[in-house]
Design a protein around this ligand. Structure first.
Ligand code: ATP
Ligand code: MN
Length: 478
């Protein structure tokens, strides 16, 4: 019986034809004892339902409070009101669930993002978060569509891993050992041999190493799953649990990798632009209103939709790390000592440097390549200069790093050298090294942080507003 309902999105796309339909949803507002604004989550727009005066009894009308859930049957008629071509003339109104307006925390006024995070279980019911999560969904769907259409295999890499090769120090431990009096070894350390897996295990920080195993047989794979970082960075761009997309391609070098990443980013943005126009227009307006409160020099030059169009219609700038450092050293910001952190060849660029490059200098996404070997992971392919590796980071305006990737070191001897120099235990990664032992091939891949992408497309300034239930230091409610 419930599947007889029509979704409001579909209804609003029709012409008023006097046909009878059934809708269900939540009350957004009830005006003049007559007009119900009903929302069912299928679209940002509410359906106007008219409860003709005198037709419904007072007891029922009193229960039409904000967020009460209703089942309404009625005829679709042309609307006389402004802003909508049709409305529903209610014949029957059934209350599915009452909502106590006195206690309901969301009022029809503007709430701060911070407050809404405290009621993340209800914030889906706001226009803003309805739009954010519909856009997020479209982006996720577009990710799968993009790779599927190219013949990539979706690989599910493990969430529990035993290799701490990559994320030393910033991993969440997974254990069933008792927190009090765990079994100890002779020298007093926790005895993980007694643990569930017979060894120490963690939540994964990346699916890449396993992704490489897949790519070096299946050709092209991608992962799209949760990753975890126990880094204590309370920034608007870091979560302790976030979703990452990691394609990995055999027979692929750094340039192929950059081309794919750029095509991929543009594809998923375009997909959202084409399928979520109404939500993006709403979010653009929201952002414009929010920015009106900022001083002039802090406001974006482009609106959200213009920014996305601009990204679609322009090539990403491509520069080497060495060029990037030169630009920073020549910059007025550097000369006026505006950077807090040091600038010289060899530094790990800080967010202020990345933002200068994308927001002030190039004013568009920038791909920085060929970073110093010392600041990058052991698996990145060494360049012929012996000082740099075939790495690429994509930096986006307002976000900073959105993609980190590289061509991988496929030469066993050079890989072993790097592992030794960086104290990465080769014995533990015997399975990873086997790909270099048996038919090694040039290959490359990257990781895109999904929430940073959602931030970029929706214009939400804090990453906590790009995921349904954010996990951050000190916070794991819901
Ligand atoms: P950052 O320097 O911003 O911390 P990173 O160098 O640690 O990033 P990578 O290890 O290269 O990032 O991870 C790949 C991508 O995952 C990043 O480009 C970013 O989009 C995303 N990412 C990394 N850490 C986080 C995090 N804590 N929360 C959300 N997204 C993240
Ligand atoms: Mn990081």
């Amino acid at each position: 019986m419930f599947n007889k309902r029509i979704k409001i999105k579909q209804l609003l796309a029709q012409e008023p034809d006097n046909q009878e339909v059934t809708v269900m949803g939540w009350v957004r507002s009830f005006r003049n004892n007559q007009f119900i604004a009903l929302n069912d989550g299928s679209t940002n727009s509410n359906l106007q339902v008219v409860a003709e005066l005198g037709k419904f009894n007072d007891t029922l009308l009193k229960r039409l409070t904000i967020s009460a859930s209703l089942k309404i049957t009625g005829a679709v008629i042309p609307s006389l009101g402004k802003g909508q071509k049709l409305e529903l003339k209610a014949a029957t109104i059934e209350i599915l669930g009452d909502s106590d307006a006195e206690k309901y925390p969301l009022q029809p006024k503007k709430h701060s993002m911070e407050f809404l995070r405290e009621i993340a279980h209800l914030r889906f019911r706001t226009n803003t978060f309805g739009a954010v999560f519909r856009v997020r969904h479209s982006l996720a769907y577009a990710v799968h569509k993009f790779f599927n259409d190219k013949g990539f295999v979706y690989l599910h890499t493990p969430i529990i891993t035993a290799s701490d090769a990559e994320g030393a120090g910033e991993m969440f431990r997974v254990t069933t050992l008792p927190a009090h009096n765990p079994p100890l070894t002779e020298n007093g350390a926790i005895d993980y041999k007694e643990d569930f897996f017979g060894r120490a295990t963690n939540l994964t920080v990346s699916g890449q190493l396993e992704g490489e195993l897949g790519a070096t047989a299946l050709g092209e794979i991608y992962t799209f799953g949760p990753t975890f970082r126990a880094e204590n960075s309370n920034t608007p761009r870091h979560l302790a649990e976030f979703w990452m997309i990691e394609p990995e391609m055999a027979f692929c070098d750094l340039e192929d990798n950059m081309n794919l990443a750029e095509e991929f980013i543009k594809y998923i943005i375009r997909y959202a632009m084409e399928h979520n126009r109404e939500d993006l227009e709403f979010l653009a307006q929201r952002l414009a209103d929010e920015e009106k409160q900022l001083p002039l020099d802090k406001r974006s030059e482009l609106g959200l939709l213009e920014k996305l169009d601009f990204v679609l219609n322009n090539n990403f700038e491509r520069i080497t790390y060495t060029q990037a450092v030169d630009i920073l050293l020549q910059s007025p910001a550097y000369k006026k000592k505006k950077f807090q952190y040091e600038v010289k060849w060899g530094i790990d660029m800080q967010s202020e440097h990345e933002r200068y490059l994308v927001e002030k200098h190039f004013k568009k996404p920038v791909i920085v390549t060929d970073y110093p070997l010392e600041i990058k992971a052991f698996y990145m392919r060494r360049n012929d200069d012996g000082k740099t590796v075939a790495a690429m980071d994509i930096l986006a305006p307002g976000i900073g790093e959105i993609v980190g990737g590289s061509q991988r070191e496929e030469r066993l001897n050079l890989l072993l050298q790097r592992m030794e120099a960086m104290h990465v235990p080769a014995e533990e990664l015997w399975w990873y090294l086997d790909t270099r032992r048996f038919g090694t091939v040039p290959h490359a891949g990257f990781g895109l942080g999904f929430e940073r992408m959602v931030q970029f497309v929706t214009g939400m300034s804090n990453i906590r507003d790009a995921i349904a239930f954010p996990r951050t230091p000190g916070s794991a409610e819901f």
